[in-house]
Design a protein around this ligand. Structure first.
Ligand code: SAM
Length: 340
């Protein structure tokens, strides 16, 4: 069964945040010293996550991505992976991780049936990594990436947030690193999502800037014309190397957005920029059955008119999206709670 929102966008993809905790403190995501955390007893069990995922897959979702926070901080994550991988309705089961704990989990994730992994890696320089993330974990991340590359997943991607004045001089080295390990790199424009309290328009390195820098090195770059709701536009260098750019800030792709996001405590968000969501934990814990959950999800999706990134682009961006005081009051507004 397919449900369409008010702009005729289907519900196809679900990002499930399994924890709001993270073991890094990236300046573009968690720059503050203190955070409000979700109460532990509000965090969904694997059983509860599976029931909600079933409600979504019954309505057309066939791609599920596990994220966070840092999803590998969630104890026994491979148990959840195994349970979801057994669902024939899930055509694509992926994980987004910062890679710090990847080396020790990669074998269990692969045997649990995980299809794909995306690792966030913003720099090849250990000192820069530590300045960005405030942890000395660069070697652990590279080790995790290399172990994942050897583990036989159907694809390995690297996501790099490009920040002017920080890592824009690493575009070519990052591409060559990805080539060397057989991963596909995606450059991400810096977004002013909730929690990015240091964001400034001057720090955004746009898709156009990224392409012109790469063309100076590699010559003409060809766009791949693909019909897809994936956030990245893909390109091919003359030597055949394919990479992506996620231009969420300067060229948002709301018109094709088929993604829903579930926080670790069961708040369902229709958009990365949404101010509020639908609490699915409450009906679930009150005993709602599959039919009731499906009815709720399809009714809410049918009323969806979110196009947060496009609205953000057309707004005057004088201040950060959400002030720190508001973030302190409601953890659901944070990127690390929503999952990327
Ligand atoms: N901890 C995991 C990781 O690092 O991949 C998953 C969660 S993290 C929130 C997901 C993605 O969001 C990461 O690739 C991160 O770089 C990206 N991200 C966070 N804040 C961002 C921002 N302000 N602009 C662009 N991307 C951002």
């Amino acid at each position: 069964m397919e449900v369409l929102d008010r702009f005729a966008r289907p519900l196809r993809s679900l990002r499930v945040s399994v924890t709001d905790r993270c073991n890094l403190r990236c300046q573009y995501c968690m720059p503050e010293t203190d955070y409000a955390w979700l109460p532990r007893d509000s965090v969904l069990t694997f059983e509860e996550i599976a029931v909600l995922v079933d409600a979504f897959t019954d309505l057309g979702v066939d791609r599920v991505r596990l994220t966070g926070g840092e999803p590998l901080l969630r104890r026994d994550l491979p148990v959840l992976v195994e349970r979801l991988a057994a669902r024939p309705s899930i055509r694509d089961l992926a994980l987004t991780t910062n890679g710090v704990l990847l080396a020790q989990s990669v074998t269990d994730l692969a045997s649990a049936g995980l299809h794909r992994i995306t690792v966030s890696l913003d720099t090849l320089d250990p000192a820069r990594f530590e300045a960005l993330t405030r942890f000395d974990e660069h070697a652990a991340v590279l080790n995790g990436i290399e172990r994942a590359a050897a583990a036989g997943f159907s694809s390995l991607k690297l996501d790099t947030v490009v920040i002017r004045g920080f890592n824009e001089d690493e575009l070519v080295p990052m591409l060559e690193y990805a080539r060397g390990i057989g991963a596909e790199l995606r450059f991400i424009e810096y977004m002013d999502v909730g929690g990015a309290t240091r964001w400034s328009p001057h720090a955004v390195c746009s898709r156009a800037d990224i392409l012109s820098q790469l063309e100076a090195q590699y010559g003409p770059i060809a766009p791949l014309h693909e019909k897809s709701s994936a956030p990245a536009d893909r390109f091919r260098l003359a030597d055949g190397l394919v990479f992506g750019i996620i231009a969420s800030t300067t060229a948002p792709f709301c018109a094709d957005c088929d993604r829903a996001r579930l926080t670790a405590d069961g708040m369902w968000l229709m958009c990365l920029y949404a101010r509020a969501g639908t609490d699915l934990r409450r009906p679930l814990r009150a005993g709602a059955d599959g039919e009731e959950l499906r009815r709720l999800v399809s009714t809410v999706w049918a009323s969806r008119a979110d196009r947060g990134a496009e609205e953000r682009l057309s707004a005057e961006r004088q201040a950060t999206l959400i002030p720190v005081a508001a973030l302190r009051k409601d953890a659901h507004l944070e990127m690390h709670t929503r999952g990327g």
